[in-house]
Design a protein around this ligand. Sequence first.
Ligand SMILES: [Zn+2]
Length: 172
Amino acid sequence: MTIKTSAYERSKLWPPKSIPKSFPKNFKRSEWDCYDKRGQLIPKGALIAAVPATGPVYQAVLLCAWNCQRIRDRLCDIYQRDVKMTVLSGWRPKIYNDAIKGASNSQHLYGRAADLTAFGVPTKSLYEVALKMARSGEIDQGGIGYYPRSRFVHVDTRCVYGMKAARWSQKA
Ligand SMILES: [Zn+2]
């Protein structure tokens, strides 16, 4: 499978120095693996592709995971308990992104994004915490999408890759 990489990823600046070496304690690489949740391409629930163990997608997933960990740590502080988080959708190879009619330049294609839920935390609160942390620079700048009906928050690190920040909300 060919993964499209950006000019940035092909440049000498890649990988960015800020990318840590290993995954944070509460998120693992496999959480960004791509499963066919609705069975559009292969039997429902089957694995389409696992995140590679090296390379740009791996690095992007790693960086994204650290941002998720920072959000999780903040929620644990706020709620004074261990807040479990789930990556509903992580990396999406093109074949799958096309199948679900994802945005053509979706950050999920590059492993830079996660659609998150936090157990026992209202979607709105998760969204507000992510926004606030992006504003203060506690997470990498990127895209934050609020999906109240679908009950998840999208976070991505697009600015690390030279793109502009983005904010959007699911239509009511
Ligand atoms: Zn998303």
